[in-house]
Design a protein around this ligand. Structure first.
Ligand code: ADP
Length: 633
């Protein structure tokens, strides 16, 4: 029973509703038709409507004359409902007068069969009506589909016309299959002349390669691509995004010439700015040098008066600070121009830290901080630039001293963590708000002045720290529990194996013979005068020259043992003057020290090429001067 049900409800058999009031005939017909159809039966119109409510048949065969609701009324009812409006109805009657038949057609009957009819006639009529209905359905469906497709196309076209980007679609042979108006405007050709043509005919030869490369890649890898291309012909720039489609490729693009120009201008002004910074910092070194020498002279001349002494101490600290700011500025401009170089050697980290502590000691003491140094691992080696690494920790220590209220505590620790060295500089100062932590390493970033209450800095120290540490393949991070809870800066550096290289600039002996003959060459008269005076106070016999020509004359006449030589000078520059001094008789024995505002490798190389013995960067501290004099006593 169950099986049969399943078979009779097989979807391949059309469902027919048979409405007949005569039970024997009804059952007979139902039985004979059931080989081709699923037959539902009803004894009158009302029953038929109930059945239709349950399942919509594909065809209704109904007697016209019936008690209760007759065939015509049933037909009317079927036509009035949306669900059954199109179900074909075959009216059957022998006794129906012609008017009834006409009425039936008026009400929308699809077929009429007069009694008596043969079983074959009935079958063939049902079959042809079902076929007709199916055909009608199919046509209606395909019309609807076509309509929907056209609507979708129109909608897509409207959408593609409304977007601000230019758009085109290509087939697999890179031929245009669609272009929106903006794309047509861009190519300046009508749609008809572009459709079907290959893109390569249209894109200017000069930037075809980039399009070709990118589009072929998109097709090959079935991935989206985005790129910018400039046309040397029109001088315009476009930004393109292209996606693979089943047909080929869809590409959106927009003119970004204005943005490109703005970017170029920005880059140009950025380049000028960093060049200006470089020149500024360089130029600041000369007056700083003169002031530094002057300060040393005054310090040596009036050591007794306590107020003068403390003022000089203050001036010395501020001078050191100023020199550091200028150095940082120069480094920033080097970083932005990609010109910062490392002079690496194997060094002991403990030594680097000692140097940094030594250099920051005066400032830390002046702010009455307690400094705790815990170097657990004394023998950790790194492959690095000693001066640059010292600068890293000097910056961190100075920040701790600066951003901690007087009388605070600063702790420096060094330990080993597997293949790395871990150095931390911690303070109990003003701390850093959580939101600012991630930005403190950005260039020119400062926690807002009202939050920290101090502003003496340029906001570049930590950015330098990060760049320098990264150049050493290391990393640095900042942590703080929050405002007033102190800060900790942790630096991680990869360890080196082996032994420390000998120091590159040994601290020279200070015992030396008085009366050394020294020639100072510089076009800045204040600087020459102050350095000369300082050297005289160191018991040297000093002559000066304002340019290269004068320097050669003086070298000939005075026979100096040491020459301090500025590089950039009018008439004859320092390098050329050094070369000529070398070629004088006895010239080989003269020690020539380049004294310049720049420590860059190319400038150092220039002084080496000119045969100079050493290269010092202005302003030179008294200690370094003494060590030079001592070395060549
Ligand atoms: P600046 O010249 O302003 O010191 P830095 O780049 O060295 O520039 O530091 C950036 C900012 O980070 C500082 O302005 C300060 O707000 C914050 N900062 C740096 N070190 C500390 C510290 N030890 N404690 C609290 N704040 C710090």
């Amino acid at each position: 029973m169950h099986d049969r049900d399943i078979r009779t409800s097989s979807p391949s058999k059309p469902r027919v509703l048979l409405v007949e009031d005569e039970a024997t005939l009804r059952e007979h017909l139902a039985r004979v038709l059931s080989d081709e159809y699923i037959v539902d039966t009803a004894g009158n119109g009302t029953e038929a409507l109930r059945s239709v409510l349950n399942t919509t048949p594909e065809l209704v065969v109904t007697d016209i004359v019936m008690p209760d609701l007759d065939g015509i009324e049933l037909l009317r009812a079927l036509r009035s409902s949306r669900r059954t409006q199109t179900v074909p109805v075959l009216l059957i009657s022998g006794r129906a007068p012609d008017e009834q038949r006409i009425e039936g057609f008026d009400e929308g009957a699809d077929g009429y069969l007069a009694k008596p009819y043969t079983e074959r006639e009935l079958r063939s009529r049902i079959r042809s009506m079902l076929q007709g209905a199916r055909l009608r359905d199919e046509t209606a469906r395909s019309e609807a589909r076509e309509q929907a497709e056209q609507l979708a196309l129109a909608e897509r076209a409207a959408l593609l016309e409304s977007i601000t980007d230019a758009f085109y679609a290509l087939d697999n042979g890179f031929r245009f299959t669609y272009l929106n108006q903006r794309a047509l405007d861009h190519f300046r050709e009508p749609r008809e002349s572009l459709l079907g043509r290959a893109l390569w005919d249209v894109v200017p030869a000069e930037n075809r390669t980039v399009f070709q490369q990118e589009y072929e890649r998109a097709l090959r890898l079935q991935c989206s691509v985005a790129f910018e291309a400039g046309s040397p012909l029109s001088g315009r720039w476009v930004e393109v995004r292209a996606y693979p489609t089943p047909q080929g490729l869809a590409a959106y693009f927009r003119d970004v010439t204005d943005r490109k120009r703005a970017e170029e201008q920005l880059e140009e002004s950025d380049r000028r700015k960093s060049e200006f910074l470089a020149v500024l910092a360089h130029e600041l070194r000369n007056p700083l040098a003169a002031l530094r020498y002057g300060l040393h002279i005054v310090e040596r001349a009036s050591p007794t008066e306590p107020t003068i002494n403390s003022t000089l101490g203050m001036m010395d600290r501020q001078m050191t600070h100023l020199v550091r700011l200028v150095d940082d500025l120069l480094d920033v401009s080097r970083i932005t121009r990609g010109k910062l170089e490392l002079r690496r050697q194997k060094i002991l980290l403990a030594e680097v830290l000692e140097r940094a502590v030594e250099a920051s000691r005066a400032f830390i003491d002046a702010r009455h901080h307690q400094l705790i140094i815990d170097l657990q691992a004394q023998n950790l080696l790194v492959d690095g630039d000693p001066d640059r690494l010292t600068q890293v920790f000097l910056n961190l220590l100075s920040n701790s001293a600066k951003y901690t209220k007087e009388g605070g505590r600063i702790t420096v620790t060094l330990e080993r963590d597997r293949v790395d060295a871990l150095i931390s500089v911690q303070d109990n100062g003003i701390g850093i708000p959580p939101a600012a932590l991630e930005h403190v390493f950005d260039m020119f970033s400062q926690v807002r002045a009202e939050e920290v209450g101090t502003t003496d800095g340029l906001g570049i120290g930590l950015s330098l720290v990060r760049t320098l540490v990264q150049m050493h393949s290391g990393s640095v991070r900042a942590s703080s529990e929050g405002p007033e809870r102190g800060s900790r800066f942790s630096v991680r550096l990869p360890l080196a194996k082996g032994r420390a290289d000998p120091r590159r600039t040994p601290r020279g002996p200070t015992a030396r013979n008085p009366g050394q003959r020294v020639l100072v060459v510089d076009d800045n008269s204040d600087e020459v005068a102050s350095l000369a005076l300082l050297l005289e106070m160191e018991d040297c016999e000093v002559r000066t020259a304002a340019d290269g020509e004068e320097a050669i004359e003086q070298a000939r006449a005075f026979q100096p043992q040491i020459v301090f030589m500025d590089l950039l000078m009018p008439r004859l520059d320092g390098a050329e003057a050094a070369r000529r001094i070398r070629s004088l008789s006895e010239g080989e024995r003269i020690r020539i020290v380049a004294l310049t505002g720049s420590g860059q490798e190319e400038v150092r190389q220039r002084s080496r090429d000119a045969g100079m013995d050493s290269h010092l960067i202005k302003p030179v501290s008294l200690d370094v001067l003494k060590s030079v004099l001592g070395r060549w006593t």
